[in-house]
Design a protein around this ligand. Sequence first.
Ligand SMILES: *Cc1c(COP(=O)(O)O)cnc(C)c1O
Length: 311
Amino acid sequence: MVQKAEKIWKNGNLIAWDDANVHILTHTIHYGLGVFEGIRCYACEDGRSAVFRLREHVVRLRNSAKIGEMDIPFSVEEIEQGIKDTLNANGLKEGYIRPVAIIGEGVMGVHPQDNPVHLFIVTWPWGAYLGEEGLTKGIRVKISSYTRHHVNISMTKAKICGNYVNSILAKREAVRAGYDESLLLDTEGYVCEASGENIFIVEGNTLKTPPLTSILPGITRDSIMTLAGDLGLNVVEQRFTRDELYTADEAFFTGTAAEVTPIREVDDRTIGKGSAGDITLRIQSAFFDVVKGKGEWGKGEYARWRSYIDE
Ligand SMILES: *Cc1c(COP(=O)(O)O)cnc(C)c1O
């Protein structure tokens, strides 16, 4: 259950949590065209709180809306401020941030011309998405019987609400079969992404991740690719097959919710030594240092990725 907070931001105002309701004729509820973001705020070593890569998330929200032809009536700066205001109003030092833009009441067909677009920002405390143990020991993954979206059927670069029906089907199937997460292949059968995470494999000193064709362009993915360079690893964006994944030295998922989660098993085959890989753990540790402003990694150039909420 989501832990209730005091306030929710709606169209520029902070309103009571219990008042953030919508009408049943909200267009998005019927047809799934709405857009959202998943963002995290971390309590930093210096006692302050910082949102990780706030600008990139807000720009992606607006891009998702552009792809879906939804006119969000707030600028990047206004949304950034709204996010900080919501966290501060709720006294949240660390947590998850969910901006969601929906198409409201009006026309009920699939041509919502003048229906208003409403933007909400919700925040709540959220720990490790795939479990604390998942973060340290790695998770068990199953290749899904569902295929990930085709680039010309739904828009894969956008976090569009309706796209996640595919994710729910895949996740439920995997969890019911006793796995922690599902991994979907693309329409040509190559490894694509998980229900809400991007994937990397490690082969020797090289990190491999699927290119930005039919995957969601993850901000965590981008961060890891940047950090990996500093760790002396080669990074290639290249399609790979499920059998290449089976024989990889290591594998892990990335995402705002999942952070850096090691994969220890795929389709009942052990990956590497069957626990979190050494390179994966080095990357994970650098990532957590960067988001929390800790140690060497927390200093220097990566400070640019942290937006402090008291500013
Ligand atoms: C949000 C999401 C990701 C991860 O993106 P981040 O920006 O790293 O949070 C990956 N795949 C899908 C399908 C997603 O929805």
